[in-house]
Write a protein that binds this ligand. Structure first.
Ligand SMILES: NC(=O)c1ccc[n+]([C@@H]2O[C@H](COP(=O)([O-])OP(=O)(O)OC[C@H]3O[C@@H](n4cnc5c(N)ncnc54)[C@H](OP(=O)(O)O)[C@@H]3O)[C@@H](O)[C@H]2O)c1
Length: 240
């Protein structure tokens, strides 16, 4: 029997790659990155579907390909791709604001729209959106990023309720995950002095590892998590 398919956006590195490695034995993966050549691992037995999610035309073609090439066997989507362009709001260029809204919020919403329709036909499926702890706490110089991530939590909760209102006898769940400070290429870019400040705020006294987020994703996709729906799962070592 063929394995169910899971789309992971932003699977080239960081959390997306860790999630892909964790899910690889149990699912057929649709690995996404902005360019196909950025997917350098796990290509064998899986699929690569590239799109620059800040480009509306590429997002449209990506959704079309997802539906026509993988729609029948699609079991879950992990909306993980994201960008953080940190700046004081008064110095934030409009193109950065547009890019964060497009990649972090518009793309997950548009991809979820395709997925929820496909899942509705089968009565089964899971959507997981990668939010951030800053959606709940706020963070200086990340007001736009935090707004997009807060939007994802509200979107996930609302869509979970909508699915319950529209479909009967279904096993469709919509969730979000709010990681704290996890070691990835995104956080590697933060200056050491800033990292030290964050470390002092984390009761666990260490940064998180991408594997720890991947474990949670694998659990949330499993039947063991069948009653967890609409929730935002914090993975932050106690940081708030
Ligand atoms: N790391 C943390 O501490 C942390 C904390 C809270 C939330 N998060 C969230 O978790 C997710 C993953 O973060 P990460 O730390 O793994 O980030 P990362 O290492 O920077 O990886 C980002 C991923 O997103 C993809 N991506 C970025 N811009 C894109 C675009 N325009 N079109 C298509 N794909 C694009 C990248 O693909 P390419 O390689 O092709 O560019 C890459 O695969 C993000 O949504 C982030 O906001 C992370």
């Amino acid at each position: 029997m063929s394995k169910p398919k899971v789309l992971i956006t932003g699977a080239s590195k960081g959390l997306g790659l860790a999630i892909a490695k964790k899910l690889n034995p149990d699912y057929t993966l649709i690995l996404h990155a902005s360019k196909a050549e950025n997917i350098t691992e796990l290509r064998e037995g899986n699929h690569v579907l590239a799109a620059d999610l800040s480009d509306p035309e590429e997002l449209k073609n990506f959704c079309k390909a997802l539906k026509t090439e993988h729609g029948d066997e699609l079991f879950a989507i992990i909306n993980n791709a994201g960008i953080a362009l940190d700046k004081p709001l008064t110095f934030q260029p409009e193109r950065d604001i547009d890019a964060m809204i497009a990649v972090n919020l518009k793309a997950p919403i548009t991809i979820s729209k395709v997925a929820v329709k496909l899942f509705g036909l089968k009565g089964k499926g899971v959507i997981i959106n990668l939010s951030s702890c800053v959606a709940e706490t706020g963070n200086a110089f990340q007001s736009v990023y935090a707004a997009t991530k807060a939007g994802l939590i509200a979107f996930s909760k609302s869509l979970a309720k909508e699915v319950g209102a529209v479909y009967h006898d279904h096993q469709i769940r919509v969730l979000s995950i709010a990681p704290g400070f996890i070691q990835t290429p995104m956080t590697d870019a933060i200056p050491e002095t800033e990292k030290e400040k964050y470390l002092k705020m984390i009761p666990a006294q260490r940064f998180g590892q991408a594997d720890e987020v991947a474990e949670t994703v694998a659990f949330l996709l499993s039947d063991k998590a069948s009653y967890i729906n609409g929730s935002c799962i914090d993975i932050n070592g106690g940081l708030f």
